[in-house]
Design a protein around this ligand. Structure first.
Ligand SMILES: [Zn+2]
Length: 292
């Protein structure tokens, strides 16, 4: 691995731009964990590759002297070995990728009956059911037409400061009953703490949702999104371009929340991903390993 990094750094110095990784097909790993990002790079200008991970389509975008695809491995995907099938011109290649268990811990929270009804509405809670269905549509729409061209610049940055409470992937129990896996990271601080965009992007949603509270979703291009929930204040509008580190709102406790905190997610449209993997990382500079 060190050799690959050294080689890559050397090439970077010589070429001055992110450069050839070595092989025709390069991956960021043949073994990944649930909730990680799979990067597939194909070094050719002769054709546009196509690819499928298990049964999910990959989306290749032009990059450098070839193509790159970013695919989110869901934390619901069973650990095991999967086929990455690539169509390279006339040739079909199958590469095995092993997905490890994330071994995510459990997390328990206790909330009031009124709060619990937001996530477990009764059949006659028509208002809550309608709002939740409307919210689901709005969120789906925000992820529906991702910007193809990557907009991020350099590394991704933390969106706020504070104490981390619940981590990514935790199995969440509310009032002792299983609720869901935790799709992001919770960072707690005082109401009004500034919330900043983790990188450059375009705002795709900026509104109050019933469970997530005041929420912003930012499209960073290349199928990478960030989202920020439970805010007290939203300071951006849909369609607006935001810079890396630009203030977009303030921390709050709106929606299903037990106190002021930021619920922060990073994802592709397919799956929420571990936000920590993005911090201090430029996705184009990650070391890739040739597999072909
Ligand atoms: Zn959360």
């Amino acid at each position: 691995m060190t050799k690959v990094v050294l080689l890559f750094c050397l090439m970077f110095v010589i070429a001055g731009t992110p450069s050839v990784q070595g092989g025709l097909v390069n991956l960021n790993g043949e073994e990944l964990q649930q909730g990680e990002l799979l990067i597939v790079q194909v070094e050719t200008t002769e054709y546009m590759p196509r690819g499928v991970f298990d049964e999910d389509q990959l989306y290749f975008i032009p990059w450098n002297m070839g193509w790159i695809a970013f695919y989110g491995v869901s934390y619901w995907r069973e650990p095991g070995t999967y086929n990455l099938t690539l169509q390279l011109g006339e040739r079909e290649v199958v590469q095995e990728v092993n997905i490890r268990d994330g071994n995510f811990p459990e997390s328990h929270i206790t909330v009031s009956e009124e709060q619990e009804r937001l996530i477990r509405p009764e059949e006659d809670d028509q208002d809550i059911l309608d709002r939740r269905s409307r919210d689901r549509d709005a969120v789906q729409e925000a992820y529906a037409q991702p910007i193809t061209r990557p907009l991020w610049e350099e590394e991704f940055a933390l969106p706020t400061t504070g104490r981390r409470t619940t981590g990514f992937g935790h199995t969440r129990y509310v009032n002792n009953e299983f609720n869901n896996r935790h799709a992001g990271i919770d960072i707690a601080n005082v109401q009004g703490t500034p919330i900043k965009s983790v990188n450059q992007g375009v705002v795709k949603l900026a509104e109050e949702l019933l469970v997530a509270g005041k929420t912003i979703i930012i499209d960073h291009g290349g199928r990478v999104f960030s989202s920020y929930s439970h805010l007290s204040k939203i300071e951006v509008e849909v369609g607006q371009t935001v810079a890396r580190g630009e203030k977009i709102g303030e921390m709050g406790s709106t929606g299903f929340s037990t106190g002021p905190h930021l619920h922060w997610e990073m994802r592709t449209p397919e799956a929420p991903l571990d936000p920590d993997l993005f911090i201090g990382t430029d996705l184009f500079s990650l070391p890739l390993t040739p597999v072909l």
